[in-house]
Design a protein around this ligand. Structure first.
Ligand SMILES: Nc1ncnc2c1ncn2[C@@H]1O[C@H](COP(=O)(O)OP(=O)(O)O)[C@@H](O)[C@H]1O
Ligand SMILES: [Mg+2]
Length: 479
């Protein structure tokens, strides 16, 4: 009979590998070992559902780097000595345990480290804790790399709990940005109320964030969902949508202005884009594009897509040169901290107040924490939104009867409103040529990122970023 950890690992491996947020599906189970690093009892179960435990699991493939995952489970002993585990991320008992630990700023020892609850000044001000005993938990979002849920309790303000499934040690931008924006009094994001961190005991590794808790917004929908459903219902894109695009431009400029406001804060002070800083940026883009384009060149598909992929792959050098052209003349606008994973799904529209809110400051999940915290041009975020309008237009164009979305028009409105609010700020280039160069390079970089994403996750959608790259090539040929 395996030991307790072996039994938990055996009981969890099957469903863990199927979970949407499990990012190591490409490793064969036979050649990737699952190890239990931590198995912490959170609440002894006197219910038939069993004990509540928090597991830190490591996947160690035979080749390449492994990953660590955070998995709260219900663990039930069977009469034959085996155990059954089920995911407890949206279990009210887990939410209760987590909120109580954060409220008390408590800590729980594990085998290799300890779990620590942290609360922010905003939580104290809002008076949302300690949690009531009857919590209602509603899962939110797509569960792509994290698991989020809304937690409500009679008579208390709702909160949103996000479990970051992949464990990474180091400063988590979601927490760092949340604390900074709160300190600066920026009202455009729901306040961070607290977080759960894991502190390894060995002192070699830094602590890492396992979960965050934010104030929950009611009656909200993502801007993506609002714009998409209006268009799919056949409602013509009217003034409301243009207003939303303009509002998003203004809100984004205010966000960047706030992020650039502290000239002596090491993590947030704007950085002059020296030749070395621009070279680092461009090298990163070129290396990424080179890898994606050579992967694309090897793809074999059916039908007309093949010739389109072949054309893009054949123009590899042309595309790389476009990224490199960022270095053709000096950049003047300082690099700052940005959202980093900015698109229409990261903005919430609150219908009764007609307000927009920015959420999810975690950065692009596929990048390291250090990369996500690097300062860069604001065009990283601006290109993200413009690409998202393009996705919106393509998505609704697949639905019979939907009205058309003019991505170019919405992007123009968004950028104009942004510029009107940001003009005069250090991060907005005074030279229109610099604006165009940055927008073009970051848009291409984002489209190449999307090519890789769709290739690995949604081959049916490859056509969307492919069309964007083709448009760039066509425009180049016309010149
Ligand atoms: N503070 C909040 N109030 C209300 N809903 C929220 C809040 N934060 C997130 N959500 C909802 O949860 C979803 C996922 O949140 P997000 O932070 O973007 O997680 P992910 O990292 O999984 O993308 C959002 O699309 C939104 O619907
Ligand atoms: Mg998100």
């Amino acid at each position: 009979m395996p030991d307790a950890d072996g039994r938990v690992a055996a009981a969890t491996a099957g469903w863990l590998r199927q979970a949407r947020w499990f990012g190591d599906k490409h490793h064969e189970p036979a050649s990737s070992r699952l190890t239990v690093l931590e198995n912490i009892l959170l609440a002894a179960g006197d219910t038939p559902a069993g004990n509540l435990r928090l597991l830190v699991l490591a996947i160690e493939p035979a080749v390449g780097a492994g990953s660590r995952y955070i998995v709260p489970v219900r663990c039930l002993e069977q009469p034959d000595g085996s155990v059954l585990t089920t995911d407890a991320a949206t279990d009210p008992a887990f939410a209760h345990w987590l909120l109580a630990l954060l409220a008390a700023e408590g800590s729980v020892p594990g085998r290799e480290g300890r779990l620590c609850g942290r609360r922010t000044a905003a939580a104290t001000r809002a008076g949302v804790w300690p949690p009531g005993s009857t919590l209602q938990v509603n899962p939110l979002g797509g569960d792509a790399s994290n698991t989020s849920c809304a937690v409500t309790s009679p008579g208390e303000s709702p909160v949103v709990l996000k479990l970051l499934r992949r464990f990474r040690s180091g400063i988590q931008p979601e927490v760092e940005m949340g604390l900074f924006l709160e300190h600066e009094g920026w009202p455009g994001a729901p306040p961070l109320l607290g977080w759960l961190e894991y502190q390894p005991a060995d002192g070699v590794e830094q602590a890492g964030v396992l979960a965050t808790v934010h104030a929950g917004l009611t009656e909200t929908e993502s801007l993506w969902a609002v714009l998409r459903s209006t268009a799919e219902e056949g409602t013509a894109v009217h003034q409301d949508q243009r207003e939303m695009a303009a509002g998003l431009g203004r809100l984004t400029a205010e966000l960047h202005t706030t992020l650039a406001r502290q000239p002596t804060h090491p993590a947030f002070e704007p950085l002059k884009p020296t030749a070395a800083a621009v070279a680092t940026l461009v090298t990163g883009m070129v290396e990424h594009a080179t890898a994606v384009l050579s992967e694309l060149a090897a793809v074999k598909t059916a039908g007309s897509l093949q010739s389109r992929l072949d054309r893009v792959a054949a123009h590899r050098l042309n595309l790389l040169e476009r990224l490199q052209s960022l270095q053709a003349a000096p950049l003047t606008a300082p690099f700052i901290r940005v959202h980093g994973d900015y698109h229409l799904g990261q903005v919430l529209w609150q219908r009764p107040t007609r307000r927009l809110w920015v959420i999810d400051f975690e950065g692009e999940p596929s990048r390291t924490l250090e990369q996500r915290r690097e300062k860069t041009s604001v065009f990283k975020d601006l290109a993200g939104v413009c690409r998202s309008f393009d996705y919106l237009a393509r998505t609704v164009s697949r639905v019979p009867g939907a009205s058309t979305v003019d991505a170019a028009e919405l992007s123009r409105i968004f950028l104009q409103a942004y510029e009107q609010t940001a003009a005069g700020q250090c991060f907005w280039p005074t030279d229109p040529d610099e604006v165009q160069r940055l927008l073009a390079a970051f848009t291409l970089d984002k489209a190449i990122y999307e090519l890789a994403y769709e290739l690995h996750n949604r081959p049916d959608w490859l056509e969307v970023p492919l069309a964007a790259v083709e448009r760039l090539l066509d425009a180049g040929e016309e010149r």
